[in-house]
Design a protein around this ligand. Structure first.
Ligand code: MTE
Length: 335
């Protein structure tokens, strides 16, 4: 496999786009002693989309087609090419650099898989791998994904509403929050075994939503993208997608969902509470302490010279569906 370390002038569009902000976010980790100075510049060039990374002789992870009903509402959105969606990732369990998850997750075993839904409910359940794609009808949802680092994509996810799953376990009246947990398996996830590679995060990666956010029809449990099962770097076999929140809320490779009475603490909130809040709603009026959130770079098919800088929308453009959830709340306090 060819790993190219380009000079700054040869960086591909991902690197250029994110460099300042990405470096800012990483400087926090660096200050904490977790990232080597040379880490940012290395960039492997992935080849074909879908199952075949790094040339045909190195095909490792296979995706498979899924059956789903089409998203009729959002067909007009210009999608980010699949190749970019599956090669420019944040998945710190497989390394803190954008190209590392696509490289280091290729041997990730998703079978067998168990997802346990428990806590404040009458009928806790454990789903296995086949349940994830068979228990509920699958739908396509073409959503914008806005990363806190000020880049964004448009991704055709396949999945089912989290609400369908939560209704199945019959939540009780104490269920006010929902906590999520990623697999903890340092043998498979090298970033969990090596603190430097994993960005200094204390694993497992955990996230949370308020119960009403979790029940909102937009909140998706995704099992696929671009018509096929998720590749590991995007969170196989099942991940959350919450399109009006910064991308870090959309936790990957989930093994546990727990209904709780109290608000859970989340991974980035624990790491830097002044910078990353529990709510993390996309908000162009509330800057990150170290960079502006007023605009973003949309990753499209363009190369280095198509910068695609666009204004960031409140709630990532989903205000009509979700603004009511936050009525009366000071969103600069509850960021
Ligand atoms: N989930 C886990 N377990 N670990 C992570 O590092 N990164 C988050 C989120 N989910 C992350 C995660 C961040 S910061 C973003 S922007 C999105 O995943 C990126 O999703 P994508 O790589 O599919 O675009």
């Amino acid at each position: 496999m060819l790993i190219k370390t380009p000079h700054k002038s040869q960086l591909n569009d991902f690197d250029v786009t994110n460099e300042s902000i990405y470096q800012e976010r990483r400087s926090l980790l660096k200050q904490m002693g977790f990232l080597g100075a040379g880490a940012l510049m290395s960039s492997a060039m992935t080849k074909n989309a879908n199952a075949s990374f790094f040339g045909d002789d190195k095909i490792i992870f296979k995706t498979r087609p899924l059956e789903f009903s089409k998203d009729n509402e959002n067909q007009g959105l210009i999608k980010t090419p699949e190749q970019k969606v599956i090669s420019h990732n944040n998945f710190y369990e497989f390394g803190a650099k954008k190209n590392q998850p696509a490289e280091l997750a290729q041997n990730f075993q998703v079978k067998p898989w168990q997802l346990r839904i428990s806590g404040e409910c009458d009928k806790p359940i454990t789903l296995d791998y086949d349940d994830l794609t068979k228990l509920f009808p699958l739908e396509e949802r073409i959503y914008r994904l806005r990363c806190v680092e000020a880049w964004s994509m448009v991704i055709p996810w396949i999945g089912f509403p989290l609400a369908s799953l939560l209704k199945r376990v019959v939540p009780n009246s104490k269920a006010k929050y929902v906590a999520f947990e990623t697999l903890y398996d340092p043998k498979q996830m090298p970033g969990q075994a090596n603190r430097r590679l994993g960005g200094g995060i204390k694993y497992p990666y955990v996230e949370g939503l308020r119960f009403d956010e979790a029940m909102n029809p937009l909140t998706l449990m995704s099992v696929g993208l671009y018509g096929k099962t998720l590749p590991p770097q995007n969170g196989a076999p099942i991940r959350l997608v919450v399109p009006w929140k910064y991308g870090f809320k959309s936790i990957k490779s989930i093994v546990g969902i727990k209904l709780l009475e109290r608000q859970p603490r989340t991974t980035w909130q624990k790491l830097a509470p002044r910078e990353y809040g529990f709510y993390a709603n996309v908000n162009p009026k509330h800057d990150h302490p170290r960079w502006s959130q007023a605009s973003e770079r949309r990753i499209t098919s363009g190369g280095l010279f198509s910068r695609n800088r666009i204004d960031t929308l409140a709630f990532n453009g989903y205000g009509e569906q979700v603004a009511d959830l936050y009525r009366g709340m000071d969103l600069s306090k509850y960021y």
